[in-house]
Design a protein around this ligand. Structure first.
Ligand code: PMV
Length: 360
């Protein structure tokens, strides 16, 4: 028996056949989320840049359910994908209390990424946020439950979080904060909120993604988060993240690129240090990742230019730098990493404006 009420809103209108679609970006964390409590509650607050080109485009076609149960068909990059289908079916079932209308529909989902799958770009962030936006859009269209854009995005962020924690940071342009912190008002463990005071230097910041290795992930992020439950350094790490967040907020507001580099590089290395000091332990960096990091250090030392890096839970490198040194970084890539340039294993991304509707 479906309960058709949520937050005193009755969800009993009949939904006809229709479609919606959203393009939603990935994001790269500057202070990392690594370690969580049920249900997708972060052990520490995190902050990220929203990307611009690394996006998922998702079209959701819905129609009255043919059978007794809601059914999901999932087509990824033109082909039916049983793995995504199962995951999405499961995710949608878990969302029934939040969207009771899901139970009366069948879904056909068409999704594609602008970047190679398993490229170490958080495809779950762009993918889950696009799905959450589509569902909120159906709710908005047929139940008029949202008073304004802010409440729409808040629910989308919270729903995206339930699919993949970091996905809740993909709903806003620029920079997003997720997790309760005294350093900023209105923050929550349940959803991300936009960081509204981003200094202009960071509004056009570049993220050049170097795909040094595109193999399958050695450890899923779910398993990685679980490892933090027994990591002997976990408590100190969560405290460090809070203090990093405090310093980084000031740097992001004032345009202090030097502090930005010191904190974001330390965060990247700490994330990997946590992986190396867990039980079982993992080494996710490749020799090529370390070589690139050393080249970044050497370039910065020699040129005095603010080129830095961050990492996700994998071997690929995100080069971060202000727009103004784009030419110099290009020369650095040609000279120091000609193989990657030749293999086109480089994605030139930058801070972006957040999701966009693609189906009216
Ligand atoms: O959103 P999840 O559960 O895939 O976790 C992502 C964790 C990192 O990408 C490693 C860090 C982060 O904050 O995005």
């Amino acid at each position: 028996m479906i309960n058709n009420t949520h937050n005193d809103v009755r969800f009993d209108a009949e939904i006809p056949t229709g479609k919606t679609g959203w393009k939603s970006p990935s994001n790269i964390a500057l202070v990392k989320y690594w370690g969580k409590k049920p249900v997708q509650i972060p052990r520490n607050p995190s902050v990220s840049f929203t990307l611009s080109k690394a996006v998922t485009k998702t079209e959701m076609h819905f129609s009255p359910a043919q059978g007794k149960e809601m059914k999901v068909r999932f087509f990824f990059e033109g082909k039916q994908n049983k793995t995504f289908e199962k995951k999405t079916q499961h995710y949608f079932e878990s969302l029934l209390p939040l969207f009771p209308f899901i139970g009366q529909l069948d879904f056909r989902i068409y999704s594609e990424n602008s970047f190679p799958h398993s490229a170490g770009i958080a495809s779950s962030a762009s993918g889950m946020s696009a799905l959450a936006l589509c569902l909120c859009d159906i709710e908005k269209r047929y139940f008029s439950t949202f008073n304004d854009e802010a409440s729409f995005l808040k629910k989308a962020s919270s729903v995206a979080r339930l699919g993949s924690g970091s996905a809740c940071r993909s709903l806003y342009g620029g920079c997003t904060v997720w997790g309760e912190t005294p350093e900023m008002e209105n923050t929550s463990d349940l959803y991300g909120i936009p960081f509204n005071a981003l200094h202009p230097v960071f509004q056009t910041y570049r993220d050049t993604i170097l795909l040094v290795d595109t193999g399958v992930k050695k450890v899923s992020s779910r398993a990685g988060h679980t490892l933090m439950e027994t990591n002997p350094f976990a408590t100190a790490r969560f405290e460090q993240a809070r203090s990093h967040l405090d310093s980084l907020f000031t740097a992001l507001k004032t345009g202090d690129v030097e502090t930005f580099i010191r904190i974001s590089e330390s965060e990247a290395l700490t994330l990997h240090a946590m992986m190396m000091t867990s039980q079982p332990y993992y080494m996710l960096l490749k020799p090529a990742s370390v070589a690139v990091i050393e080249k970044v250090f050497a370039f910065r030392e020699k040129s005095g230019l603010p080129l830095s890096f961050t990492l996700d839970a994998g071997p690929n490198i995100h080069l971060l730098y202000p727009e103004i040194i784009e030419k110099e970084v290009d020369v650095f890539l040609q000279k120091e990493l000609p193989e990657l340039v030749k293999q086109k294993a480089i994605i030139h991304d930058k801070v972006g404006n957040g999701p966009q509707r693609i189906v009216l």
